[in-house]
Design a binder for this molecule. Structure first.
Ligand code: SF4
Length: 258
């Protein structure tokens, strides 16, 4: 794994998701075992061989759960598309995340920590597919709060209206847009973000937002791959936020077909 990939996928955050995934896998295997063990006697009354047949099915299901978790860990650790990475993204986004959020709630973990970890895991799976995409099929999507609140220029709709005074992150992002000829849009909310994606039909979205918006955006956009970059919020949520432009640059380096 390159240094750049490590920065974007943030391994320490990803580790939490991997740990919770392991715990979830153990719970699934325990539930499968109980589902076989409890009605075992009743099954034997129907047919003496039925407990063995059901036992084999349960063992296969447990094996799939353990192998799937192992493959996911290996894919993200190596940063390579080993096998079925797209399918694993589906499993992580649609099935594992709700279960892991539930497990995290039960053991009292902070929601945003789990979301950060999910975003890191998602980024890792997207970048491990090693896609190379033309600049005109990549969309960088920014939240409105990234613009300085007292700036009189409205960059929503056209980021190039920015006169690049440098008081907020928009300046650096305009530079990146020009450097790579990439489309950059500022969206004032989830509905507008979805509208922009439908209109521009990108092959990959690089989205900047908070934990909650990135998590819901990644879920809503599937199967469209989304790389999520967290914004910095020194003044609290949704007000004069920042983004490390270098992280955008690093992410683009991984997916751009130059
Ligand atoms: S860089 Fe300056 S001009 Fe551009 S959006 Fe930010 S504050 Fe406004």
């Amino acid at each position: 794994m390159t240094k750049k990939t490590e920065t974007i996928t943030a391994p320490p955050r990803k580790r939490l998701f991997v740990t919770l995934m392991g715990v979830t896998c153990l719970i699934v295997v325990a539930v499968i075992f109980l589902a076989w063990w409890i009605p075992n006697r009743g099954l034997a009354n129907i047919h003496p061989n039925l407990p063995h047949v059901v036992g084999i099915i349960m063992m296969v299901l447990s094996g799939i759960a353990i192998l799937g978790t192992g493959l996911l860990v290996l894919t993200t650790a190596l940063g390579k598309d080993l096998v079925l990475t797209r399918f694993m993204r589906l499993v992580v986004i649609k099935f594992l995340l709700p279960v892991i959020e539930f497990v995290g709630r039960v053991i009292g973990l902070d929601k945003d920590r789990i979301r950060q970890s999910f975003i890191a895991m998602n980024n890792s799976l997207v970048t491990s597919q090693r896609m190379k995409i033309k600049p005109d099929r990549i969309l960088v999507l920014l939240p409105h709060c990234i613009q300085l609140s007292d700036c009189e220029i409205k960059v929503t709709g056209d980021i190039h209206k920015c006169v690049q005074c440098g008081r907020c992150s928009i300046k650096g992002l305009v530079d990146i847009g020009k450097k790579y000829s990439i489309d950059i849009s500022v969206a004032t909310g989830g509905t507008l973000a979805r509208k922009v994606i439908v209109e521009k039909r990108p092959k990959l979205v690089l989205a900047v937002a908070c934990e909650r918006d990135l998590t819901s955006g990644i879920k809503d956009c599937y199967p469209l791959p989304v790389i999520g970059i967290l914004n910095e919020r020194p003044f609290g949520p949704c007000f004069n936020t920042f983004v490390d432009v270098n992280k955008i640059d690093e992410a683009l380096h991984l997916v751009l077909d130059k």
